[in-house]
Design a protein around this ligand. Structure first.
Ligand code: EPZ
Length: 457
């Protein structure tokens, strides 16, 4: 298990490029189950969760190959498969310098397996995204139940309720969900609460249903709208994605398509918060300011100078210690403040003058980074779904433990801002969703090194 050794404090200064969005690429890969034709995806991040999804799809009969992008149109050159060796997180290829690649997904076996095994699903909850497309395409899907995770119970009842509303027979047996339907039928379905992958699963399923499906109280995350763009390029007829009511007119079949995945607003937001917490100045390139609006508005409130231009999004910390203002925040489904930036925001609030309250309304157990920040000297008091942060605090380096993907990003940012050496353990959490983070941080001037367990003294 790798760890990061970080010495600080160091202001993050310079340019950094947003990678493609993990949470948009995952459902996009699952969409390849809906057709026998090739689906070509550009800007798929080289992170562990995408490798897991590729392995799952391979089990289900869909192969994937990275190809270098060639020519002005940026076509995937079938003659030039990219370096096939899976990126080794211990020696990540700089996401800044590596040639652009496209991921080409294509069914390799006529007979589809419709069984998503526990071994794969237990490592990544998003595996549940194969349920809708398998059921819609093959009339049967058996997927291991994802089980709970570090940040919450995370049931999939809304996914199952939605598929049942489209006429699926749903059974739970032996830790698996079994769904069956000769052909799904369009219907009106209202989610009890906005769920991102729940909305995506229903979109993937409703595409091939007979008739029209109307989904209400949908998740409005940009990743949902990006999936609808891909599906429409494949021949689906979806309207209203990104809003809370989505209409899907079912079609009899879908073709292949080429699609560029949206930039990762959570990864990008992490670097902008990094600029603020370290007293730095960062230009985030290739990001979508509209998708990041909830964060940009909050950073401006806190006193960070935000500038959006064709070059990108620039975040410049206010000059002088103690000039960051403490501001409360409550997480909420998009366009509210993203729960996936809550931990990084808490790290920022430790450096702000005053008391801030952070309310986590999406997941019931997402403050595990708080005691780790306290090891670095932060004054954080957690009380149920709220955390009170008193600042400003001079963070000091310490050994800390990552517990989940976004908590690890929070601790890495705190480490760059802290005086002395911080060792962040269990970096495998980070590798699930951040492409070459230590290289991007080094590019911004940080002193961060990945150390393999065996190398560590
Ligand atoms: C997606 O998870 C993201 N993952 C998460 O990002 C993100 O935190 C979350 O949306 C919220 O924005 C992917 O897109 C792969 P939800 P998802 O269903 O879809 C409850 C990261 O760090 N719920 O929108 O699983 C659920 O328990 C990850 O990249 C039900 O009760 O989240 C939660 O409290 C972490 N029943 C709330 O809804 C259901 O059937 C929102 O969850 C489904 C969800």
């Amino acid at each position: 298990m790798d760890r990061f050794h970080i010495s600080g404090p160091t202001p993050l200064i310079g340019r950094v490029c947003a990678s493609g969005a993990k949470n948009a690429a995952l459902p996009a890969l699952a969409a390849s189950l809906l057709t026998d034709e090739p689906v070509t995806l550009y800007r798929v991040p080289r992170v562990r969760d995408l490798r897991t999804m590729r392995r799952l799809l391979d089990c289900l009969g869909v192969g994937s190959e990275e190809r270098e992008v060639r020519g002005p149109e940026g076509n995937a050159d079938p003659q030039r498969p990219a370096d096939a060796s899976p990126a080794d997180p211990k020696r990540p290829e700089s996401p800044v310098t590596r040639p652009e690649t496209a991921l080409v997904l294509q069914r390799t076996r006529p007979s589809a397996s419709t069984d998503a095994p526990y071994e794969l699903v237990k490592t990544m909850r998003a595996s549940v995204l194969v349920l809708g497309p398998l059921l819609a395409r093959y009339g049967f899907a058996r997927v291991s139940l994802p089980g709970g995770c570090a940040i919450g119970v995370r049931p999939i009842d809304q996914h199952l309720k939605g598929l049942a509303a489209l006429g699926a027979d749903v059974k739970l047996a032996g830790g698996y969900v079994e769904t069956r339907a000769s052909r799904l039928t369009g219907a009106r379905f209202r989610f009890d609460l906005p769920t991102v992958t729940g909305t995506e699963n229903l979109l993937l399923a409703a595409c091939l249903a007979r008739g029209t499906t109307v989904l209400e109280n949908c998740a409005r995350e940009p990743e949902v709208a990006d999936l609808a763009r891909l599906l429409n390029a494949m021949g689906a007829r979806i309207s209203g994605a990104g809003g809370d009511t989505v209409v899907v007119d079912g079609v009899d079949g879908l073709g292949g398509a080429a699609h560029r995945v949206i930039p990762d607003r959570i990864e990008g937001g992490t670097y902008l918060i990094g600029a603020a917490i370290t007293g730095g100045d960062v230009l985030l390139e290739q990001a979508n300011a509209a998708d990041l609006a909830p964060l940009l508005d909050k950073l401006a409130e806190v006193g960070v100078e935000i500038e959006v231009s064709p070059a990108g999004i620039r975040a410049r910390a206010p000059a002088g210690d103690g000039s960051l203002r403490a501001r409360d925040v409550a997480t909420a489904p998009h366009p509210g403040f993203p729960t996936d930036l809550q931990a990084q925001y808490m790290a920022l609030m430790t450096r702000a003058t005053g008391t801030s309250t952070i309310r986590e309304t999406v997941f019931e157990n997402r403050f595990q980074h708080a005691p780790e920040l306290a090891r670095m000297g932060a004054r954080v008091h957690v009380d149920g779904s709220s955390a009170r942060v008193d600042g400003p605090t001079e963070l000091t380096g310490a050994a800390v433990m990552a517990t989940d993907l976004r908590a690890s990003a929070c601790l890495v940012l705190a480490g760059v801002a802290a005086a002395g050496t911080t060792v962040v353990h269990r970096i495998y959490h980070l590798d699930r969703g951040y492409e070459g983070m230590e290289l991007k941080l080094q590019g911004l001037g940080a002193h961060v090194a990945r150390v393999a367990e065996s190398m560590a003294t």
